[in-house]
Design a protein around this ligand. Structure first.
Ligand code: T4K
Length: 409
């Protein structure tokens, strides 16, 4: 247990962990079930192109999302693009900047123009006022992101989109197994898109899915993800965005483990809360307990004006302790190339959030003891925030002076 600033690894102390603990560590699965599925696929010599495991995976994802159709894909980025192609979108897509850059890149790659709007400062999601501030006659669609698994205000956004006569769709990469107003994420807007990347609560190694109640649209997306082949062939032709049977074997096994992953994630979240509660300048982004949540992203907010230590320094200090956190999402998309130069905008709430949030390790590999130790380091760093910052500044100045003896510091 570290007691003083000198115990911190950045100042020469022993790192808190011998082996790194990471945000995004894949959740545990039942390996026997996974290998049974893989052996079955290998025995049957059916490895891709909508095989039985992909079909089963699609059925189970559709069930969970409460919709009629699911098209499994190689990742969520491609899934977003498939919808944009199927819907023949051209022009501007209104979306948050507070998201993984994949959301914006997916659209730009197709020649669409991401138009970033600000977010609600509490939820990090877009809402009606933020969207209305940037809607123009060039807006082709609204793309909401259920950030950190917390759903956007779907009903209000659906109304805005309907009033304007433009489609609304959702990047639900973080939100499998979540609900809003008691209804599962998956059935809102024209389509919703899940990610099954290795770091997600349900993983297919790499993978994604488009879910929708629109049978015609689902048919078109299914064709588009397989070179345009099938009864719903599309003038856009098609691409190859299929999920493999190996991915589906993993996805199914990961779905089997979802209840346990959710239970453990919730316990972890509660422990972070208990450990960090009442630490001035530190708060956790809340989950609405009336809803179903997957609790996959535990987001700590740091208010530097109170703690004296900023989020970036805290992250650096944690990294030295072998605690790997992620700044989901900083810089925000509008601050990144190519958007920062192509379409400079100011989004105060987004910028504030992007500067202050840190995703901390959770998932089934993270133990209660790990969390207590992580929180112990955070507590020390924050309660001694001003001392840490000052010592860090002196250390940096000394390093610069060594590198450049003539420099005045
Ligand atoms: N929309 C949103 C809102 C998204 O968050 C994402 C993806 C997408 C769309 C696009 O979905 P996909 O097309 O990927 O299906 C990671 C993921 O690569 C990315 O999928 C995810 N969001 C994003 C939030 O996180 P990075 O750049 O942070 O990955 P990386 O390599 O730094 O790894 C993250 C952490 O996970 C590290 O602490 C290491 C750990 N990790 C990672 C992998 C791959 C492991 O422990 N094991 C692993 O196998 O983007």
């Amino acid at each position: 247990m570290k007691r003083s600033v000198s115990d911190l690894a950045v100042f020469g102390g022993r790192p808190e962990f011998l082996n790194p603990i990471l945000v995004g560590q894949p959740n545990n699965i039942d390996r026997r079930r996974f290998f049974d599925r893989m052996n079955w696929a290998l025995d049957n010599q059916w490895l891709s192109n909508g095989g039985p495991l992909v079909q089963e995976f699609e059925e189970r994802v559709a069930d969970l999302a409460g919709v009629r159709n699911c098209v499994a894909t190689c990742n969520a980025t491609a899934a977003l693009q498939l919808y944009a192609r199927a819907a023949r979108l051209t022009g501007e897509i209104v979306m948050p900047s507070m998201t993984f850059v994949a959301t914006a890149h997916a659209m730009r790659w197709l020649g669409l123009k991401p138009v970033f709007c600000d977010v609600d400062p509490d939820t990090g999601c877009i809402g009606v006022p933020q969207v209305e501030a940037v809607l123009t006659e060039r807006t082709a669609a609204i793309l909401g992101v259920h950030l950190w698994g917390r759903a956007c205000p779907v009903d209000e956004l659906e109304k805005v989109a309907a009033d304007r006569g433009i489609p609304l769709f959702f990047d639900a990469a973080h939100a499998i197994g979540c609900s809003t107003s008691g209804r599962p994420v998956g059935g809102f807007g024209a389509v919703e898109v899940f990610s099954f990347h290795a770091t997600k609560v349900v993983s297919a190694f790499e993978g994604g899915a488009v879910v929708t109640d629109d049978d015609e649209l689902a048919g078109q997306i299914r064709a588009l993800h397989n070179f345009g082949i099938g009864p719903y062939g599309h003038e856009a032709g098609g691409t190859n965005a299929k999920l493999s049977e190996a991915g589906a074997a993993m996805g199914l096994t990961s779905l089997d483990a979802l209840p346990e992953a959710t239970r453990r994630n919730e316990e972890n979240y509660d422990l972070y809360r208990a450990e960090l509660d009442e630490l001035p300048g530190v708060s956790l982004v809340e989950f609405d307990r009336r809803e179903r949540n997957n609790y996959q992203y535990v987001i700590v907010k740091i208010d530097e004006s109170v703690t004296g230590i900023g989020r970036d320094l805290l992250q650096e200090l944690l990294a030295a302790e072998k605690i790997v956190t992620k700044r989901y999402f900083s810089p925000a998309c509008h601050e990144l190339a190519p958007y920062a130069t192509e379409n400079p905008v100011e989004l105060p709430h987004t910028e504030n959030l992007a500067r202050s949030v840190l995703a901390v390790p959770t998932g089934t590999r993270t133990t209660a003891e790990d969390i207590r130790r992580v929180c112990g380091v955070i507590r020390l760093a924050v309660t001694e925030g001003r001392t840490v910052r000052e010592r860090w500044r002196r250390r940096e100045n000394a390093e610069h002076a060594l590198a450049d003896p003539g420099r005045v510091v």
